[in-house]
Design a binder for this molecule. Structure first.
Ligand code: EPU
Length: 415
């Protein structure tokens, strides 16, 4: 990806459907006894990979990118998902909860996805055990079996998005009621609950830290529209601020963006909200701020890396503390190549704002590191060459086309 920086982003853009919602909702269709249609899916690699997994399990699918995905799960008799399929995405672990709920049996290889720390799934497995499943974890595979899946109480040791979703999936078809304590509250948890309820499930409390799921014997067909992508919205807001542009983002949910909006306002960026749009405009000098990632509604870890890029040119010294993933810092070396003054102390990035960043060859190591390098490239003087861009395609739909429509000079070459 080649970016010639220094062009302010200007204009209007519509955000795509949420990646982290899509990757939960697609496997959830396996819990249904009838075909379901999902709309507003982002056309990204993670979605393609999941559709392929459902097909391999025996489901029939019809996917028209940008319009809908219909999944008929009736023929999905498979229960084994090998590493060749799970290595493409982290969210393949949702097949565990979905298959366990569907037929009481799942054999799923450990997931691939972005390398941003050790990312264990012990809490997911603990949750399945609480529902009566026998779990074996050997040779890079998780084997989960349950003759009868019974609702139970699940207490998470830490707030886990993946664990909350996985247990919700299995519990939707368990006998009796499951209660998840210390549940994650991210917007995509609520969206998954809404999808399950649209199929006739009984999920209550999503969006709070206690979720109650009454398992149902039968779930029925529905058509569901996934929510807009919180992180794409945030990335575009940051890119607008980074280039001192004037961008209105349509089709987003401003209340999901409060933590970022508050930080941008603190930096001196003008942010105005309507019901389903956000406008970001410059307003004089941008000031350094301190950011700490937290579970929702705190500042999202998925925006930590692009935010760090933005702060590289803010006036003063900023700190960015990452509390969720211990190794989500691989973008820092690349930002340094571009002239950023940054230091990592434990899990806190100290950023001394510089007047300019310079284009340089940089390499993407994970999805949001990619977003950070795109933001930095848009701010920098000269040409930034970004390698390993396939990470970016895991989670951002048509990113260069969207940025180009806002005036960015960005293109991709195959080498
Ligand atoms: N954790 C455990 N044990 C578990 C589960 C989690 O120790 O069983 C730890 C993790 O290692 C991490 C923390 O708990 O330190 C939080 O992990 P969480 O389970 O919440 O994250 P995740 O399910 O692995 C999802 C998103 C991530 C996003 C995080 C936090 C998907 C597929 N992934 O990951 O998205 O960063 O929640 O919001 O939805 C991304 O989109 O770039 C991305 C990485």
């Amino acid at each position: 990806m080649l970016i010639t920086g220094g062009h302010p982003l200007m204009g209007e853009i519509t955000v795509s459907g949420g990646k982290n919602t899509a990757v939960a909702v697609i496997p959830a269709v396996l819990l249904c006894d009838e075909p379901c249609t999902i709309e507003n899916l982002p056309d990204i690699d993670d979605v393609h990979a999941l559709i392929e997994i459902l097909q391999r399990l025996g489901a029939e699918t019809e996917y028209v990118p940008g319009r809908y995905l219909t999944v008929d799960p009736r023929g999905a008799n498979g229960y084994r998902v090998p590493f060749s399929l799970t290595k493409r995405l982290r969210a393949s672990y949702y097949l565990l909860g979905a298959l366990l709920g569907r037929g009481g049996r799942a054999e799923v290889a450990y997931p691939g996805g972005c390398d941003i720390g050790s990312r264990p799934i012990d809490q997911h497995l603990k949750g399945f055990s609480a529902l009566g499943a026998q779990i074996e974890d050997r040779g890079g595979m998780v084997y989960a079996n349950a003759e009868r899946l019974l609702g139970g109480d699940v207490f998470f040791d830490m707030v886990t998005v993946g664990g909350t979703i996985n247990v919700m999936l299995a519990a939707a078809r368990a006998e009796g009621t499951t209660v998840i304590y210390n549940a994650a509250k991210e917007p995509h948890i609520v969206d998954l609950a809404n999808f399950l309820n649209s199929m006739g499930a009984r999920v209550k409390g999503a969006g709070t830290d206690v979720i109650r799921i009454r398992g149902m014997q039968h779930l029925h067909s529905c058509t569901y529209t996934v929510i807009p992508d919180q992180i794409e919205t945030g990335t575009l807001m940051i890119a607008a601020a980074a280039t001192r542009g004037d961008v209105t983002i349509h089709g987003c949910i401003p209340t999901h963006m409060e933590a970022l909006t508050a930080k941008l306002l603190e930096m001196g960026v003008r942010v105005t909200e309507n019901d389903d749009s956000i406008r970001v405009r410059p307003q004089g000098e941008q000031r350094a701020v301190n950011v700490k990632t937290q579970v929702y509604p705190g500042f999202p870890t998925d925006l930590q890396q692009p935010m760090t890029a933005l702060l590289c040119m803010a006036h003063g010294t900023s700190t960015v503390c990452e509390t969720i993933f211990e190794q989500r810092f691989k973008h820092l070396d690349e930002l340094r190549r571009m002239g950023a003054h940054i230091k990592l102390v434990d899990r806190t990035v100290l950023i001394e704002g510089v007047r300019e960043l310079y284009g340089a060859p940089v390499t993407v190591t994970d999805l949001r590191a990619g977003a950070a390098l795109v933001v930095a490239g848009l701010m920098a003087k000269g040409v930034t060459e970004i390698y390993e861009t396939s990470y970016i395609d895991r989670g951002y739909e048509r990113i260069e086309e969207k940025l180009r429509s806002l005036g960015a000079e960005i293109r991709r070459e195959k080498i």
